[in-house]
Structure formats: C-alpha cells, structure tokens
Design a protein around this ligand. Structure first.
Ligand code: PRT
Ligand code: ZN
Length: 325
C-alpha cells in the first residue's frame, strides 16, 4: 500500500466501483495497457450520421459490406462484431471536424457539408446516394437575368462559406444571413430576399413560393478520410473500401442471360463485352446458344434495344448482390 491508499490491480478494462470500498487508485497490469492500446490502434473509427437523411443508407451500406453492429436510441458508438471497426453516431455537421482531428478515421456524409466545413480531409469514395444540389432561389414572381440579381440583396442560408465563395467568384455584393434551419421561410417572413439551400425534388421551394435560379454545387454522399492513418488502419481501410466498391459495382450492373442464334454471337458479344468476355453455352436446340454477361445499369435500355435488333430472345435480367472486379 502506498501512503495508506488501497490499490486495485485490474485485469479488465471494466472496473466496478463499490463506494464502500474507498478505492483511491487503480493500476492496470502492463498486459492490459498494451492490450487496450492494441485494440484501439487496430480499429478503424467510422463516423456516420446519427439520425437524418443519411443515416438509413449509411447503415444499409455497412450491412451490405457484411459489417454487423448494434445501434439503439442513445447509443453514440458501437463496435462491429465481425470486422475491426467502431461506428460513431454523430451529427453530419460535426463529422469533417472529427475526421480532421482524428477522433474518427473516416466518415460518411454529403459533399455539401464537406465543402462547407472545408476541413483538412480527403474524399475517398463517392457513394451515389443522397443526391441533391445547393441552389439559389428567389420569389417566384421576380424576374431573374443572372447572378447580378443578388447585388444588394439579403440571402438566407445554412451554407455561408459556399455562398460567399460563389458571390466572390461572381463579384456580387450581397448580405448573407446565416440561419441553421427552415431556410425556405426566410423571404416569406421578411428575414431575407432570397435563399440558398439544399434542393432535392424542389417541392419545398415551390410550397414556399420560391423558384430555383442557380445551382452552385451538386452533391452526393461520400466517404471522407483523415490524411494520415497508421499502417494497421490503412490495411483495414483498404479492406473496407474493397467491400464498398464491390457493393457499388453490384448496384451499377445487372447480370443478363439471353438466347441467341449462333450466327448472332459475335454481334451480341460486341454489345455485351462483359467483365472479361461473355459466357456462351450451347442450348438443347441446335444452332442456338445461351449467353451470360453483365450490363451497366445506366446503359441497360439502350443495350436491350440493340440486343433485340441483333436477334437475342428470352432475355433475363437479374440483380447482382456483390461484384468483385
Ligand atoms: O441532425 P443532423 O445535423 O445530423 O442532420 P441535418 O438535419 O443537418 O441533415 P439532414 O438529415 O436533413 O440531411 C443530411 C444530408 O442529406 C444533407 O447534408 C445532404 O447532403 C443530403 N440531402 C439530400 C438533403 C436533401 N437531400 C434534402 N432534400 N438534405 C436536406 N434536404 C432538405 C433541404 O434542406 C430542404 O429543406 O430537404 C428540403 C428540400 O427537399 P425537396 O425535396 O423539397 O427539394
Ligand atoms: Zn446537419
């Protein structure tokens, strides 16, 4: 005992304190200290939005990557059961700063927030969901002849940096009124002449008597990362991005099976080159083959028209779950 204090030598990172025991000092055994450090070092910390427009798809993406974790109300972080990651549940506005400060190693959020916060982070991957745009909108009855409209106007926004960059580039002298939410009502209540806000379908602008006149940024969800990671974390990140890309490729492509007369095979192979080349199998009916390949989702309908013209029949199209290139 040191100067009459009680000492507890602890073999676990959980210490249950009983107030009646008057424990004053706790020492961890050296192997606990190093074990703890090793566990923290080798876990990649992923920040995602706690609740909001990005949270459901961020969860789904992690699940599709085979990462299992629990998340209930009030949970702020959760370790995955089967992959060396810890998920931090945060407000999207805070994610760039946490990644810059290395509280999180990577984060999932909208490009709009990444560019607005302008922190020292890098974009590692575009994810394709939460597509939207940051746009200027004015009262629908006003005439708009170009960015000059905004000279000497007051514009309400939650994106002061991006808006002020736009005004600087266009040599516009306007006043920016920074507000944190319900931006679209600002002109209606006399707080501003116009707004600069996120638009998706455009219905919120319309409901508030506004008209979109200029897009200043197109945005989608992305993964951002810290500029420097340890070797162990880099390795986990590589595996994580590999899974993300397999999930993304699967979504961007479809598996296609069709029947074709042998005489059309070379034309069809030109239309559907596949990952390496299509698989061709003979059918029971003489002179016919079954051809299997992969087609990009965004080229799908155009390719189908070409395939029909080339003589393909019985075309089946199947979603792909994962695609490893
Ligand atoms: O609480 P926390 O700070 O985490 O969330 P938040 O309330 O700040 O953000 P949230 O959940 O609303 O949005 C998160 C991200 O989703 C944004 O940063 C964008 O990257 C993306 N996103 C995609 C959108 C929209 N679509 C969107 N439509 N973010 C906001 N909106 C709002 C917009 O602000 C406007 O009020 O929806 C309204 C316009 O929608 P339409 O369809 O009527 O045009
Ligand atoms: Zn936010």
């Amino acid at each position: 005992m040191l100067s009459g204090e009680e000492i507890v030598i602890c073999a676990s990172d959980k210490i249950i304190m009983n107030p009646s025991e008057h424990i004053r000092r706790v020492f961890l055994l050296p192997q606990d200290v190093s074990g703890q450090k090793e566990r923290n070092m080798s876990e990649l910390k992923i920040a995602i939005q706690k609740s909001g427009r990005l949270s459901e798809q961020s969860h789904k993406l992690l699940e599709e990557c085979g990462i299992k974790f629990s998340n209930g109300a009030g949970v702020l972080k959760s370790k995955a059961a089967n992959f060396p990651v810890e998920i931090l549940f945060l407000r999207d506005d805070d994610i760039p700063q946490y990644v810059e400060q290395k509280v999180a190693d990577i984060g999932i959020l909208g490009e709009n927030m990444v560019f607005e916060k302008n922190k020292d982070v890098i974009i590692l991957e575009k994810l394709g969901f939460a597509q939207c745009r940051l746009s200027l909108a004015i009262p629908k009855e006003d005439k708009y002849s170009g960015p000059d409209y905004f000279n000497n106007k007051k514009v309400a926004t939650s994106y002061p940096k991006l808006l002020s960059d736009f005004f600087k580039e266009n040599r516009i002298k306007a006043k920016i009124e920074e507000i944190s939410g319900s931006v679209e009502i600002a002109p209606g209540i006399g707080l501003a002449d116009a707004v600069c806000d996120i638009v998706s379908s455009g219905s919120t602008l319309m409901t508030n008597g506004l008209r979109e006149v200029k897009t200043i940024l197109k945005s989608q969800a992305v993964i951002i990362g810290s500029k420097k990671l340890s070797r162990e974390k880099e390795d986990i990140l590589k595996k994580f991005l590999f899974r993300i890309r397999a999930v993304k490729s699967a979504k961007e492509n479809k598996y296609i099976l069709l029947n074709t007369p042998e005489s059309s095979i070379s034309d069809i192979c030109r239309i559907l080159p596949g990952m390496k080349s299509p698989t061709i199998l003979p059918l029971a009916e003489k002179g016919w083959c079954s051809l299997h390949s992969v087609v990009r989702e965004d080229e799908f309908w155009e390719r189908i028209d070409q395939l029909k013209k080339a003589g393909a029949e019985g075309i089946l199209v199947i979603p792909i779950e994962k695609m490893i290139l």
